[in-house]
Design a protein around this ligand. Structure first.
Ligand SMILES: Cc1ncc(COP(=O)(O)O)c(C=O)c1O
Length: 385
């Protein structure tokens, strides 16, 4: 029985966790990102048997993708695997450049935006220095920076979980090699005002490049009014990152890109390769996905619908989520985070748990409606609601 059938026939109809497959959960360890940071992530410790997870809501994956046309394009491209994908990379770069209103020289591809975050960190922090970024935020580039010997200057988010741009501008010093802004932000799901961010990027980039991570941009109502990509065409030293992992539903296919000035792309690509890490299958898939406007807008509207559903149900239970502009939602929980995580995983539900602002939080990704119904049922049982 596949997961969907199991959901329909099993849990929801029979109404019990009794039949849910237990994941062998062995506990959780706290991962502290930096001394003084408001956030610690709880990492589950167990043999990760994904096939036993009934609702996989822990990694902000898109449950609908990749689109059938992408699957077909990938299947047809497998036999081309004896060749490097440079031609397809050039084609994809052309398509992205046209979409973003820049030149191909402004684009660098990578196997996911993680690769581009890491490569940027490698180039900017190989001799140390500091990165200025919000706290809490998406930790990938801060972790790499710190691993390379650099420092993270953490700037607390404002009371409504936006980036505190004036404080971030103030934090930039002579040793700052990069500023990182995740917008919308992960794990808070919150947004920073686009007008204020544009002004910030323009001013701060005169001193130091600003990396704007727009992994969740496409889930916004009017993404074209929120992106910083227009600044690149004006010659501003911003590095805007996008991914095919979220709205395109291609997380496991590993493809993403950055848009930056020609000079900035050159300073990165003279040290690390751009298209060498890419599979021809993923390239063909991304090319197909860029033409899938209907599929992409369906993903977006289903995401919005699911977000409203979870918001309604969770607030009815008395919880207060942070208003989300993304494909996930986070809210403080009343019980111990480790215990909560253990019980959720044992009930077959993957979620992310954080210790943040001195309390435990649950972050849940927008799966399908069925998966979220299962999440909510399990959540109620685990929290005795
Ligand atoms: C804000 C943000 N940036 C980047 C990534 C990395 O995505 P990928 O490497 O799959 O493109 C993620 C993944 O969850 C994310 O949340």
């Amino acid at each position: 029985m596949n997961r969907r059938d199991w959901l329909k026939a099993g849990f929801l109809a029979a109404g019990g966790l009794a039949s849910a497959p237990a994941l062998a959960f062995k506990g959780a360890k706290l991962h502290t990102h930096a001394p003084g940071s408001v956030i610690q992530e709880m990492l589950p410790i167990f043999p990760f048997d994904e096939s036993r997870m009934m609702a996989r809501l822990n990694a902000n994956e898109n449950p609908y993708g990749p689109s059938p046309k992408v699957v077909k394009a990938i299947a047809e491209s497998v036999s081309l695997g004896n060749r490097y994908g440079h031609g397809d990379a050039a084609k994809l770069i052309e398509m992205i450049a046209e979409k973003e209103g820049v030149k191909p020289e402004n684009i660098m591809l990578g196997p996911g935006s993680t690769d581009l975050l890491e490569k940027t960190a490698f180039v900017q922090f190989q001799h140390g220095g500091n990165i200025v970024a919000g706290d809490p935020s998406y930790m990938s580039i801060m972790n790499t920076t710190q691993a390379l010997g650099g420092n993270w200057k953490a700037v607390p988010l404002t009371a409504d979980y936006a980036h505190d741009l004036p404080a971030m501008a103030k934090a930039v010093d002579a040793n700052t090699n990069l500023v990182y802004v995740c917008n919308p932000n992960n794990p808070t799901g919150s947004i920073t005002d686009a007008g204020a961010l544009k002004k910030f990027c323009t001013e701060v980039s005169a001193k130091v490049p600003v990396f704007v991570d727009e992994a969740y941009l496409e889930f916004l109502e009017k993404p074209e009014t929120q992106t910083m990509v227009g600044l690149v065409a004006e010659g501003t030293d911003v590095i805007v990152a996008r991914t095919f992992s979220k709205i395109h539903g291609m997380a496991g296919l590993r493809i993403g890109y950055i848009v930056a000035t020609e000079e900035r792309i050159e300073t990165i690509t003279e040290k690390v390769r751009s298209t060498m890490g890419l599979c021809v299958t993923s390239l063909k898939g991304a090319i197909a996905s860029m033409q899938e406007q209907n599929f992409l807008s369906q993903c977006k509207s289903q995401n919005t619908e699911c977000r409203e559903y979870v918001w309604d149900e969770i607030t009815k239970l008395g919880y207060e989520p942070i208003p989300s502009h993304t494909s996930f939602m986070i809210f403080p929980i009343a019980m111990d985070g480790k215990e909560f995580m253990k019980n959720m995983y044992e009930g077959g539900v993957g979620i992310r748990t954080y210790q943040m602002y001195d309390q435990s939080w649950c972050r849940v990704s927008m799966g399908t409606h069925d998966e979220l119904a299962y999440f909510l049922e399990t959540f109620k049982k685990v929290t005795n609601a």
